[in-house]
Design a protein around this ligand. Sequence first.
Ligand SMILES: [Zn+2]
Length: 61
Amino acid sequence: MCGEASATCCGEDKLCALTCCPCNIDIEKIKALVNEPKYICKQCGRAANEEKNLCQPIPLT
Ligand SMILES: [Zn+2]
């Protein structure tokens, strides 16, 4: 258990940050952000609907 999910490991509202710690994952929140992916993060390879949720977004298409 890691107590409060203060997202201090990466900060921000990015998937890269939201998924960096197993204790920090809110799967329902993440599902809503990735169900229609249009961008992929070239740094960590995650995909998301909106570029604001990725640290290094590039368009998928
Ligand atoms: Zn990333």
